[in-house]
Design a protein around this ligand. Structure first.
Ligand SMILES: C[S@@+](CC[C@H](N)C(=O)[O-])C[C@H]1O[C@@H](n2cnc3c(N)ncnc32)[C@H](O)[C@@H]1O
Length: 275
């Protein structure tokens, strides 16, 4: 028996018969779009690894079953805020054409959702940030709601349109204002630090917006109208007292996680509150 070097090679390396190597195996080169996609994906992964919230990377997020466009410079809608919409809808479900005022509107998620679900409502949204203001306009167009009017204005110092129209009254005023005390902002988790400080900072004790709403906006609430506001988990009782001391009926509801989250204030019929 002769000894062939190739045979030895085939046996030792369990290689396939030589004939199968006659044609070169095809090497699959990545196409340009594939390389671009991988580079882009890598960039997005790096952003996520740096702590950027997924919602900013995606450029959209869902709220109450609707998708809202968003990006850096505007607050990401939170699931607990959906409870505000529930409370508002419950209050105005019998009303054929409710007037709703959404203060500190952000992406516009609260006001636009109400407007979409109640096409005969008239919603006014106020926001101070120009970035958020652009997103609200975009989301209004996206959801094709023609019953939302948006105003660039300041809830604390006053918004001209409403100062000049003090007879403009609402069945519901709803707000998810900034409510984190300033000193807590540095300790927030890394994702939240990507969100605009303006959307989070509720002043020294976190309550500056609730005082402003009480002093400046309650005069725009109809008799029997309701004010619905989100608050931080330790703030509910203090905000309730703030409003009850002025003669309003106020209470605080729990959110889906069992946290005191939604303050509800009712302006009773016959109350002579007029500030
Ligand atoms: C907590 S975020 C809520 C946003 C939105 N309503 C939501 O629930 O997702 C508060 C919003 O208030 C806006 N804001 C801050 N200061 C304001 C002011 N003085 N007047 C009006 N809006 C203000 C911020 O830009 C931010 O969009």
């Amino acid at each position: 028996m002769s000894y062939d070097a190739n045979d030895k090679f085939n046996v030792e390396h369990n290689a396939k018969p030589e004939t199968e190597f006659e044609t070169e195996p095809e090497i699959e080169f990545e196409t340009e779009p594939e390389i671009e996609f991988e580079t882009e994906l890598l960039k997005l992964l790096e952003l996520r690894a740096s702590g950027m919230p997924l919602q900013y990377i995606l450029g959209e997020w869902d709220f109450y079953g609707l998708t809202f466009r968003l990006g850096e410079g505007v607050l990401i809608p939170r699931p607990e805020t959906e409870k505000l919409v529930d409370v508002v809808l419950e209050h105005i479900k019998e009303n054929k054409s409710p007037m709703v005022l959404d203060l500190c509107a952000g992406t516009g998620c609260i006001g636009i959702t109400i407007a979409k679900l109640l096409p005969f409502s008239k919603v006014f949204s106020i926001e101070k940030s120009t970035v958020a203001y652009e997103y609200i306009k975009h989301n209004i167009a996206l959801h094709k709601v023609d019953n939302v009017s948006v105003f660039l204005g300041d809830v604390i110092t006053g918004c001209n349109h409403f100062v000049e129209n003090d007879r403009l009254k609402f069945d519901v005023i709803v707000s998810n204002p900034p409510y984190i005390p300033t000193f807590e902002l540095d300790d927030l988790q890394v994702e939240v630090k990507f969100e605009p400080k303006m959307a989070l900072d509720g002043g020294k004790d976190g309550l500056i917006f609730y005082r402003a709403i009480k002093d400046r906006w309650l005069s725009h609430l109809k008799e029997d109208g309701t004010l619905v506001m989100e608050c931080g988990e330790t703030q509910g009782d203090e905000i309730v007292s703030m409003f009850s001391e002025e003669g309003f009926i106020a209470n605080c509801d729990f959110d889906f996680a069992g946290i005191k989250r939604v303050v509800r204030v009712i302006r009773q019929k016959g109350s002579n509150y007029s500030s």
